[in-house]
Design a protein around this ligand. Structure first.
Ligand code: GDP
Ligand code: MG
Length: 162
């Protein structure tokens, strides 16, 4: 069966934008659970010779629990369901405590994690990615989901983990 990529990250870092870029119109058919719309959150993608499923874990929100609980739930879904976790952060906001908390959860899982630093829309902003080396999850990838930059190199790194 196809490998699964889960996108994890704080609200507003660009998870849905990235998901839409990767999936395009190729949504997976999944059954909604009562009170939880899941069909926007599961999609199919492909890159080079690889076909895969993609999950936008950020959309899976059952109530309005506090941020850390939300992040814990997202990370749990990613760890349970994904072969590779795509950890998305916001390069303009910079590294936050919530990012560090998520990184700790992901590190414990022993699943492969690729860090993508989003919202680096131009060349000058690329240097904002370096502080994310401190997460200890390997080389971060500078991307702009809005402009579609860096996505190819990021997906190269992700499919290399299958
Ligand atoms: P999510 O909450 O993580 O799903 O984030 P969204 O995908 O909803 O994006 C949050 C906001 O960030 C939206 O206003 C997006 O348009 C914006 N955004 C997403 N990607 C980029 C990017 O690469 N550059 C900039 N400048 N804004 C972005
Ligand atoms: Mg979203």
């Amino acid at each position: 069966s196809k490998p699964t990529i889960a996108i994890v990250g704080r609200p507003n870092v660009g998870k849905s934008t990235l998901f839409n870029r990767i999936v395009g119109g190729r949504m997976a058919i999944v059954e909604d659970k009562p009170g939880v719309t899941r069909d926007r959150l599961y999609g199919n993608g492909s890159w080079l010779t690889h076909d895969f499923h993609v999950i936008d874990t950020g959309g899976i929100e059952i109530g309005d629990e506090p941020l850390l609980e939300k992040m814990r739930a997202q990370a749990e879904i990613a760890v349970d369901e994904a072969d590779v976790i795509l950890f998305l952060v916001d390069g303009r906001t910079g590294l936050t405590d919530a990012d560090e908390t998520v990184a700790d959860l992901l590190r414990k899982s022993k699943k492969p994690v690729v860090v993508a630093v989003n919202k680096l829309d131009n060349y000058q902003q690329r240097e904002l990615m370096y502080e994310f080396y401190a997460l200890g999850l390997g080389d971060p990838y500078a991307i702009s989901c809005a402009h579609g930059q860096g996505i190819g190199d990021l997906l190269d790194a992700v499919v290399a983990q299958f």
